[in-house]
Design a protein around this ligand. Structure first.
Ligand SMILES: NC(=O)c1ccc[n+]([C@@H]2O[C@H](COP(=O)([O-])OP(=O)(O)OC[C@H]3O[C@@H](n4cnc5c(N)ncnc54)[C@H](O)[C@@H]3O)[C@@H](O)[C@H]2O)c1
Length: 349
């Protein structure tokens, strides 16, 4: 068994985008990240800072094995289906993987006496209406998810909180706003397939291996008419997980905490920043609004500071886009077709 000073942390979904960056941050802080992942959307190449236990969070026996083998002391749970659109078409799968998987994981933790959990939640748990364009969202805001994806995140939070009350589990749910950027090393980065996030799609459009970007509506009640979102650098997000793991909380406590930069940018501002960082235009066209897209999502991050002692350090839009461009120009995995697109770009330069 590999040993590490502060003990082993099971990182469920640790071969994925945010999980890999968190595994790196855990390792840097003296933990052993044990990545537990079925590699359904994650990459083996992203598992670099500890062992990989190949398994599914719906598989109680595989979880028990991994926890026993590595003497796991705590769990961070990223493993989830994440595409909002697909959740509308296949709510059954989302409830089975996300809520069923979390229930199985909680049982496995209880059986093994593992009593500390950090859970990947989302701003998707909040209601959409009744806010001004730049009004920030605090944790007590109404919960009324606009998609089955958001429903599953809220259901998981409630299940986890109930476990705390009944069995003494101490847990933090981090409600991420928009995760973006990549580690500056170039070793790990975003590689969703299909990719649905704005920053990588804007970069792909400019590099020539993506379609022209569609801007979903420019008639919202916002300064330039496009949606405002709060982008947080994935390394700031990773640091928030370590802070959540270490926060001095009472036994059985459950805390839900927003994680964002506390600043919002419009789709047009992101496009302009990407064009600036790449030195080339981002081809785009304005299309219809998508159902359920709120005009603005801005995190109130006061509670993250108070409960976790966490503040964003590298989440300026310029820093996020610069690191995303570095990764997207030479991704270490994922992004089929990118090498050919980069070669075509340099041939035409
Ligand atoms: N990316 C964002 O902006 C964002 C925003 C809010 C919340 N989140 C949440 O953060 C978490 C991580 O997101 P991400 O962007 O890194 O996604 P990702 O798809 O890159 O990572 C998810 C990882 O979980 C694994 N996985 C999925 N189902 C599994 C299962 N049943 N058993 C074992 N492993 C499984 C995948 O193989 C993958 O490695 C998710 O829970 C997501 O809902 C992400």
């Amino acid at each position: 068994m590999e040993k590490s000073g502060k003990g082993a942390v099971l990182v469920a979904g640790g071969a994925g985008y945010i999980g890999a960056h968190t595994a790196q941050a855990l390792h840097a802080q003296g933990y052993l990240p044990v990545v537990f992942d079925n590699l359904s959307s994650g990459a083996r190449e992203a598992v670099r800072w500890g062992p990989l236990a190949h398994g599914d969070v719906r598989d109680a026996a595989a979880l028990a094995d991994a926890m026993a083998k590595h003497d796991v002391q705590a769990v961070i749970h990223f493993a989830s289906l994440i595409e909002v659109g697909r959740s509308v078409a296949r709510p059954d799968l989302f409830w089975e993987h996300n809520v069923g998987g979390t229930a199985t994981l909680l049982q496995a933790m209880r059986a093994r006496g593992v009593r500390r959990l950090v859970f990947s939640s989302s701003a998707a748990v909040y209601g959409q209406g009744g806010r001004g364009p730049l009004e920030s969202i605090a944790e007590h805001a109404a919960k009324d998810p606009a998609s089955p994806y958001g429903d599953t995140k809220l259901a998981c939070e409630r299940l986890i909180a109930a476990h705390g009350r009944a069995f003494g589990l101490t847990a933090v749910a981090l409600r991420y706003f928009n995760a973006a950027g990549a580690d500056p090393s170039g070793l790990i980065g975003e590689a969703h397939a299909p990719e649905t996030h704005l920053i990588p799609l804007a970069i792909a459009a400019a590099l020539g291996d993506g379609k022209a970007l569609t801007v979903f509506g420019d008639d919202f009640d916002t300064p330039d008419g496009t949606c405002l979102r709060d982008y947080v650098h994935v390394n700031d997000l990773a640091a928030a997980h370590v802070a959540a793991l270490e926060a001095p909380l009472a036994e059985g406590a459950f805390e839900a905490v927003n994680i964002g930069a506390g600043r919002a940018y419009s789709v047009f501002e992101v496009i302009a920043e990407a064009a600036r960082a790449l030195g080339r235009p981002v081809p785009h066209a304005v299309g219809a609004r998508r159902e359920g897209d709120p005009p603005s999502l801005l995190a109130d991050v006061a509670r993250a500071r108070a409960v976790l002692g966490w503040t964003p350090k590298v989440s300026g839009l310029d820093e996020i886009v610069r690191d995303a461009v570095r990764w997207e120009s030479a991704p270490a995995y994922g992004r089929p077709g990118r090498k050919a697109a980069m070669a075509a770009l340099s041939a035409s330069a």
